[in-house]
Write a protein that binds this ligand. Structure first.
Ligand code: 3PG
Length: 408
C-alpha cells in the first residue's frame, strides 16, 4: 500500500543518522516551568527505534507545539524523559543547525544520541513546501545534509506536513516506527474487518468529520460514535442548540460546511451516534445534563454522560475494528475523566473478548489510554493524530509521496 525504502534495506552499523521523530507531547504549563504531562506516548513509541539502531550515532530532530502556543517549548524536557528510558548517553543541544549543533553532531560517537532543539524555532520550518525541491534548498537542509550518512523519517505524526524536516532531505528511509504505523494503517484502511466503529472526540472537528464521511461513503464504516467538538459541529448543523460557548469554537467550520454536514447526516443518520447526555461544571461540582439542555446551560461541555457511555461501550464491544481519534472528554481535568476512561476500557474489552483490532490515534487519546492503564491492552496506539485522519480520509500525505520519490 505504501511505497518506501526502509532502514532495513541499508546497513546502518557505524553510521551517523538523522532521524525526524514526532515527540510532540501534552505539556502541563500550569507551573513555573513547563512539564511533560505523564509519560508521553510519543516518547515511549520512539524507544524501540533508538534501541534497534544502537550501533549508529543518532541525531533526533523534532518539534513541540507551534510558535506562539503555550506548549511551544524547548526539547530539553523531552531529552530528560528519553534519558530515563535509554541506557546510553543522550545529549541535548539548544541549537538546530548553528555552530553549536554542528559541533555537537561532529563530536557524536557511535551508540550516542543527540537531541536537537525544537525545529519549529527555525521560522522556515513552519512553512509548507509543496515543491520538495524548494525544501531541499533551505538553509537547515543544506547545512545538515553533509554531516550525515542517512536520513530516516520516523515521525508518523507529522506525515501530513510538508515541512523541510519532513520532505526536505534528498533521500529518505522509513524508520522502525513508521514501518509499524504503515502496517496498522494498511490493516484499518484496506479491508477492515466489519463491523467497524470510529470513536471520534477531542478538537480538530472538521478533519474528523471529513474522515468519517469518507469512510461512510466508501462503505468502510458501520458506526461513528461522535463526541467532543465533532459532535457539537454535527449537532449545531442539524439545528440543535449547544450553547454559544460550545458553538463559538466550531462556528467557522460550521459556516463553511453546514450544508455538507446536513446532507451527510441525513444519508447516514442511523450510523452516526450522537451523545444523549453530557457532563458540565456547575456550582463547583459537575452535573449530567441531556444534550437538549446544553443550550440552556450554555457552558463548555466537558465529557459525555453515563447514558452515552453505555451506548458507545455497547457498540464498541460488538465491533471487530475500532478506530479512536480524540478523547470524548477533557480528561486532563479530573472531573471530566469518566467518559474517556470508559471508552479505552471498552476498546480493551473488545480486543480481549472479541479479538477486535483496536487502534487509538492522536497524542491525547494515546495518553489517556496509558494514563488509565489500558495502553498495552489495545492493539496499537498510533502516534498520528491529524496524519492518521488524512490517511483515513483517502489523502496522499506529503510524507508518503516523499518516501516514494526520495528512495536512496
Ligand atoms: C500532532 O500533534 O498532531 C503532530 O505533532 C503534528 O502537529 P501539528 O498539527 O502542529 O503539525
Amino acid at each position: 500500500m505504501y511505497d518506501y525504502k526502509s532502514y532495513k534495506d541499508v546497513d546502518l552499523k557505524g553510521k551517523k543518522i538523522l532521524i525526524r521523530v514526532d515527540i510532540n507531547s501534552n505539556i502541563d504549563t500550569s507551573g513555573y516551568t513547563p512539564k511533560i504531562r505523564g509519560e508521553s506516548p510519543r516518547i515511549k513509541a520512539i524507544i524501540p527505534t533508538l534501541m534497534e539502531l544502537k550501533d549508529s550515532a543518532i541525531v533526533l530532530m523534532a518539534h513541540q507545539g507551534r510558535p506562539g502556543g503555550k506548549d511551544f517549548t524547548s526539547l530539553d524536557i523531552h531529552t530528560e524523559q528519553i534519558r530515563k528510558k535509554i541506557d546510553r548517553p543522550v545529549k541535548f543541544v539548544d541549537d538546530i543547525f548553528g555552530p553549536k549543533a554542528v559541533q555537537a553532531i561532529k563530536d557524536l560517537k557511535i551508540g550516542e544520541i543527540l537531541v536537537l532543539d525544537n525545529i519549529r524555532k527555525w521560522d522556515t520550518e513552519n512553512k509548507s513546501f509543496k515543491d520538495f525541491a524548494e525544501a531541499e534548498e533551505t538553509e537547515m537542509v543544506q547545512v545538515l545534509s553533509p554531516l550525515f550518512d542517512y536520513f530516516i523519517e520516523d515521525g508518523f505524526g507529522v506525515a501530513h506536513r510538508a515541512q523541510p524536516s519532513i520532505v526536505g532531505f534528498k533521500t529518505l528511509l522509513a524508520g522502525p516506527l513508521i514501518v509499524k504505523e504503515f502496517e496498522y494503517m494498511a490493516k484499518i484502511i484496506e479491508k477492515p474487518e466489519k463491523p467497524v466503529a470510529m470513536l471520534i472526540g477531542g478538537a480538530k472537528a472538521i478533519g474528523k468529520y471529513k474522515a468519517m464521511k469518507y469512510n461512510f461513503e466508501n462503505d468502510r464504516l458501520d458506526y461513528a460514535l461522535c463526541s467532543g467538538l465533532t459532535a457539537i459541529l454535527i449537532m449545531e448543523a442539524i439545528g440543535m442548540n449547544m450553547g454559544t460557548k460550545n458553538k463559538d469554537i466550531i462556528s467557522k467550520d460550521l459556516e463553511a460546511n453546514k450544508d455538507d454536514i446536513i446532507s451527510t447526516y441525513n444519508k447516514f443518520k442511523d450510523k452516526i451516534i450522537l451523545p444523549k447526555d453530557l457532563v458540565i461544571k456547575e456550582n463547583g461540582g459537575t452535573k449530567n445534563i441531556s444534550t437538549e439542555e446544553a443550550g440552556k446551560y450554555n457552558t463548555i461541555t466537558g465529557d459525555i454522560g453515563p447514558k452515552t457511555v453505555k451506548e458507545f461501550s455497547d457498540i464498541i464491544v460488538k465491533c471487530k475494528t475500532i478506530i479512536a481519534n480524540g478523547p470524548p472528554g477533557i480528561f486532563e481535568d479530573e472531573v471530566f475523566r469518566d467518559g474517556t476512561k470508559a471508552m479505552v476500557k471498552a476498546m480493551a474489552e473488545a480486543s480481549l473478548q472479541n479479538n477486535a483490532l483496536t487502534v487509538i490515534g492522536g497524542g491525547e487519546m494515546g495518553l489517556a489510554a496509558e494514563m488509565f492503564g489500558y495502553g498495552d491492552k489495545v492493539s496499537f496506539i498510533s502516534t498520528g493524530g491529524g496524519a492518521m485522519l488524512e490517511l483515513l480520509s483517502g489523502k496522499e500525505v506529503p510524507l508518503v509521496k516523499a518516501f516514494r520519490e526520495k528512495k536512496p
